[in-house]
Design a protein around this ligand. Structure first.
Ligand SMILES: [Zn+2]
Length: 315
C-alpha cells in the first residue's frame, strides 16, 4: 500500500458521478429504465454473495418495493451509467429482511465486507450508509421540533412547520502519524482504547471542534491524550468513514516532546519503531496488533514503514 493507492470508501476520480443537478428529477429517474436501488436495513447494506467476491445488492426499484421503504429513496448519483438509489427498509421484521431479497442477498454489516468490495462500490456504499443513517436519526427539525421530510433527491430535509432546511452531517476527525524529531525519526506515537480488541494499537485521533484548523486539532488532541507537544503538521489524505458519519483527515505531525502522560480517553500510548510496526503488520509482534487493512491508519502507517512519508516530508 502506498500513499498513491486509493483508500477504501474513497475511490474518487470521477468513477461515481453524484450528478447533483439531477436530484430535482430523482423521482422520474427512479421510475425510469435502468435505475438501481441499494436496500439498507438497520445499519446494514444488502450484499450479493453469489459471486466470487461480495458485491452490493442492487435491485430494481419496482413501485411495490419502493412503497415498503421508510421514505423516498435517496439519489446517490450515476455509477457505471445507471442512476443509483438507496432506501431504508428497517421497518421489515428480522425474518422478512432475511428472505425479502432472495437466497444470495443478505443484509451485512459494512465493516465486515467493505475491504472485499470494489473501490467504486465501497465508495458508493459509504455515501449510502452515511446519508440513510442521517435521515434515520433526524426525523424532526432541530430548530422547532416539527416533522421534517426529505427533498432534493434525499440530500436535505425540510421542516413542515418552520421551513428550515437541514443537510446531512459529516463529522471531521483528525488522525495523526506523530513521529519523533523529524519525519525521518524512527518512532511513531500509538495509542489504544480500552474497548478495542486486545493488543490493537493505532494512530491517535479525535473529533475536530468548531473554530479549529486541522493543525490546531492535531496539536490539541495529541496533547490532551498523551501530553506530547506537536509542531509541524502536514495533511496526507482523507477517508470517509461512515460509522456513522466521520471524515478522517490523515496528517503527519512532528513531535516536539517525548514523555507520555495519558488521559482518561485512552488506555495506553507508546512510541513504536518501524521494525516493530512491520512485525505487527505481519501478525508476528508479541504485543502490538496493527489497525484493520481498510483504515486510513493502516494506509498511513504502511507508507511510513516503507519510508514514503519521510521522503515526502523531507523533499
Ligand atoms: Zn422547524
Amino acid at each position: 500500500m502506498r500513499l498513491s493507492d486509493p483508500l477504501t470508501f474513497a475511490a474518487g476520480g470521477g468513477e461515481i458521478d453524484r450528478a447533483s443537478h439531477l436530484r430535482v428529477r430523482s423521482a422520474a429517474l427512479l421510475a425510469g429504465a435502468g435505475a438501481r436501488l441499494l436496500p439498507q436495513w438497520r445499519d446494514k447494506a444488502l450484499i450479493e454473495l453469489a459471486g466470487e467476491c461480495p458485491a452490493l445488492g442492487w435491485v430494481t426499484p419496482e413501485p411495490g418495493l419502493v412503497a415498503e421503504a421508510h421514505e423516498a429513496p435517496v439519489f446517490l448519483g450515476c455509477y457505471r451509467g445507471a442512476p443509483c438509489f438507496t432506501a431504508d427498509f428497517s421497518a421489515l421484521d428480522e425474518d422478512t429482511a432475511k428472505t425479502r431479497f432472495g437466497e444470495t442477498m443478505k443484509f451485512i454489516d459494512l465493516r465486515s465486507v467493505a475491504g472485499q468490495l470494489s473501490q467504486g462500490e465501497a465508495t458508493i456504499v459509504a455515501a449510502a450508509k452515511g446519508v440513510i443513517g442521517w435521515h434515520r436519526i433526524h426525523p424532526f427539525c432541530a430548530r422547532c421540533g416539527g416533522a421534517s421530510a426529505p427533498e432534493d433527491g434525499g440530500w436535505r430535509r425540510k421542516c413542515s412547520a418552520c421551513g428550515a432546511l437541514h443537510f446531512p452531517r459529516t463529522d471531521p476527525v483528525v488522525i495523526m502519524l506523530v513521529t519523533r524529531g523529524d519525519p525521518r525519526g524512527d518512532k511513531v506515537l500509538l495509542g489504544r482504547q480500552s474497548v478495542w480488541a486486545p493488543g490493537l494499537y493505532s494512530l491517535l485521533a479525535g473529533f475536530m471542534e468548531p473554530g479549529e484548523t486541522i493543525a490546531d486539532a492535531v496539536r490539541r488532541e495529541t496533547f490532551e491524550e498523551t501530553s506530547v507537544r506537536v509542531g509541524r503538521v502536514r495533511f496526507l489524505g482523507s477517508q470517509p468513514w461512515p460509522f456513522p458519519a466521520s471524515l478522517m483527515l490523515g496528517c503527519w505531525a512532528e513531535a516536539l516532546s517525548e514523555e507520555i502522560v495519558i488521559d482518561d480517553e485512552i488506555e495506553d500510548a507508546c512510541w513504536v519503531g518501524r521494525a516493530e510496526m512491520a512485525l505487527a503488520f505481519r501478525g508476528e509482534h508479541p504485543r502490538f496488533k496493527a489497525p484493520r487493512a481498510d483504515s486510513i491508519a493502516r494506509w498511513i502507517l504502511t507508507a511510513w514503514v516503507a519510508g514514503e512519508i519521510a521522503e515526502a516530508e523531507s523533499a
